[in-house]
Design a protein around this ligand. Sequence first.
Ligand code: LMG
Ligand code: NDP
Ligand code: PMR
Length: 389
Amino acid sequence: HMNTKNVQVSRAVGGSVAPIGVAAGRVNPRVYASPVLYQGPAPMCRPTQEPTPRSQRVIVQASTLERPPAFSSPVLAPKNDKPTVCITGASSGLGLNAAKSLASSGNWHVVMACRDFAKAEREARKIGIPKGSYTVMHLDLAALDSVRIFADMYKASGQRLDCLVCNAAVYLPTAKEPVYTADGFELSMGTNHLGHFLLVNLLLDKLKEAPNKDPRCIIVGSITGNTNTLAGNVPPKANLGDLSGLENMQPMADGGEFDGPKAYKDAKVCNMLTMCQLHKRLHESTGITFASLYPGCIASSGLFRNHVPLFRYLFPRFQKNITKGYVSEEEAGRRLMQVVASPDLKKSGVYWSFSNTSGSFENQLSEEASDDAKGSRLWDVSMKLVGLA
Ligand code: LMG
Ligand code: NDP
Ligand code: PMR
């Protein structure tokens, strides 16, 4: 695959898109100074051994219709002294609502790391995140080059980083055939797990130096990846097998037939295994708190946008009235905020869950999601796949 050397950069000038340079060797912060939108290869093409054709190279361009105020550029951002939390997928659902809670508290600056820059800005304004309390940056987790550029840009921007929240996810419940990320991974595993795995590893050094001296890295998990629960036993069940499928870039981690819901649940298991490995390998030496959580069933969120309409109609009603597992996006956002910010939830290596009546508690992961040998193998395989080993 290509590296950042080959990344071509464009910037919108008066509505048109004009190339402004090719980053030579390393990312030039000036080149990336404007709000950017990843416009690279469609996430459906598999990589080949051939050099990437010009037409498929990563194009980074401004995407907002109106000219954004200068301060929305991370590089030109005024010096911000507040603890800063970077949330992936903050343009919708849990991420957006957590961003709002954190920014509105007045104690946090939020970096919204989103694949659709214009949508993120629009949603931030619509939900009323105070102006000046957030910065939108472009990040497409379905393209590892975008993750690398994001990490470089974040560091080049001089912004602080006190907490990193791996929240973004896609769910493809009705897909019959797999679709792929720019790097050729099945889309849910590639986005939800591998993109975040690379992101965390690239930002660890930065996070270690958190000015608030309470660095945290939160990876959102879920009950449906935990087979020690009723919800985790609704078929298809998560199961990573021996991870040979992931290792060989097959659609499913266990090497089996493609199954959209299973791919999502498998990726959630990877998220939780990754948290456990980060805790075990790095908590002591870095002081970073690594944690995961199940925020509750946010049954009306955008996660189900690809499900059949009947499901989207019945599911929230089912969760509200029958399982009582339902939470609103606002409540889920407040739960995530606690894991980011509360002094009571500072413990590392924890999978947090919440009771409607008594608040947060340390929950038990399933056998697979806490299997150290499997986590270790996942770590090695993932390191190789994202090009870090
Ligand atoms: C499948 O679709 C896809 O086909 C598959 O490809 C894959 O994507 C998979 O996991 C992902 O999903 C799901 C499919 C079946 O559902 C639908 O397409 C239709 C919608 C089904 C809704 C699911 C939620 C469960 C709803 C139960 C009851 C609703 C009651 C409404 C409550 C109102 C309260 C006032 O997915 C399923 O698993 C559905 C199974 C459906 C069987 C239902 C079984 C019963 C559950 C228990 C309670 C019944 C109680 C009756 C309600 C009385 C209300 C007064
Ligand atoms: P949403 O669909 O509302 O939000 C998902 C976010 O991820 C969106 O902002 C989306 O961007 C973003 N995203 C998707 N693909 C990419 C990508 N390639 N690069 C960058 N961002 C991307 O879902 P939820 O808020 O419900 O989900 C948030 C988290 O909560 C997920 O990790 C999910 O697994 C977890 N979760 C959700 C539960 C639920 O019941 N909903 C239950 C348990 C856990 P865009 O806005 O552009 O689409
Ligand atoms: Mg589930 C205690 C019951 C409970 C909870 C908390 C969830 C959460 N679910 C529960 C039970 C059931 N679900 C039961 C009994 C059924 C069969 C009727 C059921 C069905 C079901 C479907 C079809 N549930 C689903 C789906 C999905 O497509 C969602 C999914 O698995 O996505 C991968 C889902 C979910 N149920 C949940 C939660 C949180 C989800 C959302 C996915 C996630 O983020 O984990």
